[in-house]
Design a binder for this molecule. Structure first.
Ligand SMILES: [Zn+2]
Length: 585
């Protein structure tokens, strides 16, 4: 049977908030001219797949001809029969209980003074009909304002989306919030902040000014702003953030902002830069809209690593304060962290990328690694290679610009494409670098790349201490809940720490610690806080069905510290390159 072309129809969604019942919100999906049978499904986000289909309740069809049915056919998919092609599908998203605390800023919530809705957590779409447009109406208490990156449709409570991708990329915030903004290159950037009851006051001028300066820096870097409007949705009493095409949801507790109105700017700059590097310059593996879990991407070392690199650099270029006062200090800091987590130096950037959001804590074996950190270090080294090869005429900025031109939205880049673009920018051969660090694993030869920039690195080994100077116990192990079995499993930070040397491996089932059974990660963490250097911890585990007790002596955490400094004996060329780099050029 031919699938009817739905390109001309429009789905009407209504989100309804009842202030007397804030346990969730109701969604209505009005269909007209639909096929007699089709599926509806919830999109899976490539990074944060929160699987909100788990919280969908009371699915039903109303206002349809007799014989209309909606039946769940898979976790995220429902099969709909709709004689006459007209009817209204209704369901309710009921928030998980107990509510998480603190709350992730990208997950929906409701409170007496506002909440987050829509976006990737609320709407169902018709698989195979991703081009269908949408109209969204939000019914909320009259005292609430409503904001979304979705274009408005006549009133501030109704919005349009040209297709499903735009619909799920436009979360909606409704409530009593402050609203500021600024223009860069004539483009409006809106900043909203929702305060929790009893919120601390903060300097909103400095708060918004930081965002404006970062936006100006990004506009200078890319040469233009590719959207007609951008929306920052900040929320009190929440953490984290999730980037969208032209908006972002971010947690920024007012208590933090009262201390320093720019305390959350590094994270905001990171998510904002993602609007280019991830949303526009997009990993080729990611599907635009799909209810099936998205495939892992080999390119996140670039998407995440260079984004964290630029969050720091754009703030420096704008003269905004950084914790590491100089670029050299920052480089020393990230190299220290890179060396202290040997997964970064042993595993390929592509492998670490693929494990970043793969939801499989066992993907890297007994190692742990960070695609953000590994990518930031590799980005810094590629910048040095380019400056050295071009006598400072070109930098990693040229790579970002060329990636933006070569891989416009809809195109998608593969990890190997980054190598081709870097080679084009530097007119040099970076194949060995990509073989060794991107496709393969191995500690980056940072001394060599630093030397070309007139910099040296001094590495010292030492024992970690807490604020009072007491030795820090090495608790380089985590515990996670394997939901497929309902059991806890161990995950190591590195195979050569005391836990690994004692014989533990990532994936071991955890039964008890010091004779006490453990039911969750918070429980283990609370116990681990009591571990002291010199203790021996009895880890009762099961591997391959065989229970055993592993005795782990708690040692002092060993840490490397890298100091990056100018080399006064460097060549004039290297000194010149260093000066330009240190100045943020
Ligand atoms: Zn990110």
């Amino acid at each position: 049977m031919r699938i009817p072309d739905l390109a001309i129809i429009l789905i009407q969604y209504i989100i309804r908030v009842d202030s007397a019942d804030l346990s969730g919100f109701d969604v209505e999906m009005r269909l007209k001219d639909a096929p007699p049978a089709f599926e509806i499904a919830m999109n899976a986000h490539p990074e944060y797949d929160d699987r909100y289909w788990r919280y969908l309740r009371n699915m039903r069809i109303e206002g349809a001809l007799p014989g209309a049915t909606v039946v769940r056919s898979d976790s995220a998919v429902w099969r709909v029969t709709l004689p006459g092609g007209e009817g209204t599908i209704r369901y309710r998203i009921v928030f998980p209980t107990p509510p998480e605390s603190p709350r992730a800023a990208w997950r929906p919530f409701l409170s007496p003074t506002g909440g987050l809705m829509g976006g990737p957590h609320a709407f169902l779409y018709l698989p195979g009909h991703e081009n269908v447009g949408a109209h969204v109406t939000v019914q909320v208490p009259p005292s609430w304002q409503v904001i979304s990156s979705l274009p408005t449709d006549g009133s501030d409570r109704s919005f349009r989306a040209r297709d499903v991708a735009e619909l799920v990329e436009g979360p909606i915030f409704a409530g009593q919030y402050s609203n500021w903004g600024y223009e860069v290159n004539g483009v409006r950037h809106r900043v909203v902040y929702w305060r929790a009851p009893g919120a601390a006051a903060f300097d909103s001028v400095a708060f918004v000014r930081g965002l404006e300066l970062v936006t100006q820096g990004a506009a200078r870097l890319f040469g233009a702003i590719p959207w007609s409007e951008y929306t920052f949705i900040f929320q009190d009493s929440a953490f984290g953030g999730l980037e969208h095409a032209t908006s972002v949801t971010l947690g920024a507790p007012s208590a933090d902002l009262a201390q320093d109105p720019q305390s959350h700017l590094p994270e905001a700059a990171h998510e904002f830069f993602h609007a280019w590097n991830l949303m526009r310059i997009r990993p080729i593996e990611y599907r635009t809209v799909d209810y099936r879990p998205q495939p892992p991407s080999a390119g996140l070392w670039f998407s995440e690593g260079l984004t964290i690199f630029y969050a720091d650099l754009l703030m420096r270029r704008a003269g905004l304060p950084r914790d590491d006062t100089t670029r050299s200090a920052h480089l020393g800091h990230i190299l220290s962290r890179y060396l202290n987590q040997p997964g970064n130096t042993v595993l390929s950037a592509e492998r670490v990328s693929q494990a970043a959001y793969a939801n499989n804590p066992m993907a890297l074996g007994d190692y742990s690694a960070s695609t953000h950190l590994q990518g930031e270090v590799l980005g810094a080294m590629l910048d040095f290679i380019i400056r050295d090869a071009t006598d400072g005429k070109r930098t990693i900025d040229d790579v970002m610009r060329l990636m933006d031109q070569r891989y416009p939205p809809g195109q998608g880049y593969a990890s190997a494409d980054v190598g081709r673009v870097v080679a084009e920018v530097c007119s040099c051969d970076v194949t060995p670098f990509f073989d060794r660090h991107v496709r393969g694993g191995g500690t980056v030869d940072y001394r060599r790349y630093l030397a070309a920039m007139g910099l040296t690195a001094t590495v010292t080994d030492g024992m970690a201490t807490d604020r009072d100077g007491a030795p820090t116990p090495d608790v380089g192990v985590w515990v996670w809940n394997d939901q497929s079995e309902g059991t806890l499993r161990v995950r190591l930070a590195r195979p050569d720490n005391g836990w690994g040397r004692a014989g533990l491996h990532t994936g071991d089932r955890l039964i008890a610690v010091n004779g006490r059974s453990v039911a969750s990660w918070p429980e283990f963490r609370a116990q681990a806080r009591q571990f002291r250097v010199g203790d021996t911890v009895q880890m009762e585990i099961s591997r391959g069905g065989t229970p055993t007790i592993v005795a782990v002596p708690i040692a002092v955490l060993q840490q490397k510290t890298v100091r990056v400094a100018a080399d006064p004996s460097a060549t004039p060329k290297a000194q010149r390159l260093r000066a330009a780099w240190e100045a943020g050029q």
